[in-house]
Design a protein around this ligand. Structure first.
Ligand code: NDP
Length: 315
């Protein structure tokens, strides 16, 4: 039997932004309901070691951190549903969201925290080594490649910034791009091309990631030149995929202001969207920083803005 639920605030998404918003709104007695989506815990659940989330002197695991956030949100009073919102109506209040289970959630305010997904190459070997030498976040995992050789795939701002960042840890960084022209900003290109630790390989795609079984780890990548079909192997310990992210905003399409790439637009220094009472936090509105700690930060901002919004007499 399907149910109908109403709450002052509905949080959609269960990454660092969603859980933080839940912790703050629950502690403000706003009885949040949080819908966790298809991948409870979000992007952090596909990382292994986490060393940059403040508060932990020892290395922690991404999935563990998200489980802790979930439990913390529940302990302070969040009701969490393992469900997926499939349609939403922002045209009138209360806002109405329908879930895959058939349940309907109405709410006076909504915090969208559905995140973004890194784009992957789609290779079987990439799946196998994700978290074991294959990563989509240099800031998160670069530190583990001190004194080693790594490669970055992509030709946009992210790929170039990641390659530059990785030079602070790795001995050698190879940028692999499928064309011979980067789409990154010129200033970044210049820094990349002038960097003594970085080499570039043009017109090549990764065909396969090669590695050891025990312990699981990357040792090399097989590259194919798209012009000549020539195959070469490159020895690396780590491979960073930086071919873009896709924000998880399909269900909001046409219902809320987004940029060309589908990221939700929020007001400066705020999580407010163009719809009064709807807020967005985390990677769904941030294509620059994309860190768990910044997502948590905007989740907190959204919660405080919801609290203020609901306390205003006209709402
Ligand atoms: P982009 O979409 O800009 O670039 C993706 C890159 O990956 C392109 O070079 C593309 O190649 C390549 N690529 C895509 N698919 C594949 C594939 N299957 N195999 C191999 N290569 C592939 O993504 P970014 O994440 O770099 O940037 C996203 C947005 O965020 C941009 O607007 C960017 O400007 C912005 N950004 C801004 C920053 C800043 O201002 N500091 C920092 C980071 C991002 P091709 O060029 O051939 O299409």
């Amino acid at each position: 039997m399907t149910e109908k639920y109403h709450s002052p605030v509905l949080i959609i998404g269960s990454g660092a932004a969603g859980y933080t918003a839940a912790i703050y709104t629950a502690r403000a007695n706003l009885q949040p309901r949080l819908i966790s989506g298809m991948e409870p815990g979000g992007q952090m659940t596909i990382t292994t070691d986490v060393e940059n989330f403040p508060g932990f002197a020892d290395v922690i695991q991404g999935p563990w951190l998200m489980e802790q956030m979930r439990m913390q949100a529940e302990h302070v009073g969040t009701e969490i549903f393992n469900d997926l919102i499939t349609s939403i109506d922002f045209s009138k209040k209360p806002f109405t969201a329908v879930a895959d289970s058939g349940n309907t959630f109405t709410a006076d305010t909504v915090i969208v925290a559905t995140g973004a997904k890194a784009r992957w190459l789609g290779l079987e070997s990439e799946d196998k080594f994700k978290g074991y030498g294959v990563s989509a976040c240099a800031t998160c995992d670069g530190f583990f490649y001190r004194g080693k050789e790594v490669a970055v795939v992509g030709g946009g701002n992210t790929a170039v910034e990641e390659a530059l960042y990785l030079t602070t840890h790795a001995d050698k960084v190879t940028l692999i791009h499928r064309r011979s022209q980067l789409r990154a900003e010129k200033i970044l290109q210049q820094r990349l091309l002038e960097h003594e630790k970085i080499q570039t390989i043009w017109d090549c795609v990764v065909e396969e990631i090669i590695g050891d079984e025990n312990p699981l780890g990357v040792t090399a990548i097989k590259l194919r030149n798209v012009k000549t079909n020539e195959i070469n192997e490159l020895s690396v310990h780590g491979l960073f995929i930086a071919i873009g992210h896709t924000p998880s905003t399909d269900i909001f399409s046409g219902k809320i202001s987004m940029d060309r790439e589908g990221y939700i637009i929020t007001a400066p220094d705020s999580t407010a969207t163009n719809i009064s009472g709807v807020f967005a936090a985390g990677d769904v509105q941030d294509k620059i920083f994309r860190q768990a700690v910044t997502a948590a930060g905007t989740g907190c901002m959204a919660a405080l803005e919801v609290e203020k919004y609901l306390s205003e007499p006209t709402k």
